[in-house]
Design a protein around this ligand. Structure first.
Ligand code: NDP
Length: 277
């Protein structure tokens, strides 16, 4: 496994697993559990979930998957912006902990910016931290202006990560957010790293994959992992996909391949609004 340093210098796996849409269909449950458990076994024990996913169903599934493996897992969950008040954050976290069947969340994120002032959410995060309910807190879907405002709010500099949309087809953050976070050693968590599988059907990526003899998912993930300070959290409900994704750690992209990827999926040439799913 490769690791990325969190702000507090703790190392976390650079390749983890997402859980959006998991836990919502009874028929898929066993396959989803097997996938998450296989990922943990392989060392991809950074698991990303949220109270929003299936209105708690994903957290419940994650709780079941990590039972007996809690020490191997770095657990990430998120609070809805409308719950992120001084009291609401605490209550939402308690509900998440109950569904996750654990006593602590390792990294608790504000899912996106809503109308609650940052100061209030930070206060609640810090209380949860003092009480041992969360170990670190962070944010998601915050652009550079939001990040600057957050960091100028008392306590805001302790933000441990920003989770945003990032993959070969969504490179806008390379213009501003990625260097901004990099300069402050705030890890960026890349969500939808294979563009919800859409990228894997791209003819140009498929041609390149055939040429270098690697599956397209490995190339897409290896590309994300080649960036400094970035964590990738692909979601895979199929065990075979988890195993293939794990192979991205061994997939070294040569300079020529990186140049071809830049030609197909060009980096930004100007600032763009932060994209969100
Ligand atoms: P991903 O880019 O991770 O794509 C998931 C899709 O790709 C699934 O259909 C999956 O199939 C498929 N897939 C994964 N690996 C392979 C493979 N090796 N070969 C073929 N297909 C593959 O999209 P997500 O939107 O799920 O993003 C990942 C995670 O990021 C989410 O699950 C969630 O945890 C987080 N997220 C956070 C957001 C935020 O606002 N903070 C927003 C969106 C996502 P299958 O499941 O059948 O294996």
């Amino acid at each position: 496994m490769r690791f990325v340093k969190l702000a507090a210098a703790e190392k976390v796996p650079a390749l983890g697993m997402g859980t959006w849409t998991m836990g919502e269909r009874r028929a898929a449950r066993n396959a989803e559990l097997a996938s998450l458990r296989r990922g943990i076994e392989l060392g991809m024990g950074l698991i990303d979930t949220a109270e929003m996913y299936g209105e708690g169903a994903a957290e419940t599934l994650v709780g079941e998957a990590i039972a007996g493996h809690r020490e191997q897992v770095f657990l990430v969950s998120k609070v809805y912006p409308h719950n992120a008040t001084r009291r609401g954050t605490i209550d939402a976290c308690e509900r998440s902990l109950a569904r996750l069947a654990t006593d602590r969340i390792d990294l608790y994120l504000l899912h996106w910016r809503g109308s609650v002032p940052f100061a209030e959410t930070i206060e609640a995060f810090e209380r949860l931290q003092r009480d041992g309910k969360i170990r670190y807190w962070g944010v998601s879907n915050l652009d550079p202006a939001d990040m600057a405002e957050l960091c100028s709010t008392p306590g805001g500099q302790r933000v441990a990560a920003n989770q945003v949309l990032y993959n070969l087809t969504r490179r806008g953050i390379e213009w501003d957010l990625l260097p901004w976070c990099g300069a402050r050693r705030i890890p960026v968590m890349a969500y939808s790293p294979v563009e919800q599988a859409g990228l894997l059907a791209d003819r140009r990526l498929l041609d390149l994959a055939r040429k270098i003899g690697k599956p397209p998912a490995q190339i897409a993930l290896a590309w994300v992992l080649s960036r400094d300070n970035v964590i990738a959290i692909p979601k895979a409900a199929q065990r075979a996909h988890v195993e293939e994704n794990f192979g991205a750690l061994e997939c070294t992209l040569e300079t020529g391949t990186l140049a071809e990827l830049d030609a197909i999926f060009p980096p930004p040439r100007r600032a763009r609004p932060l994209e969100m799913l």
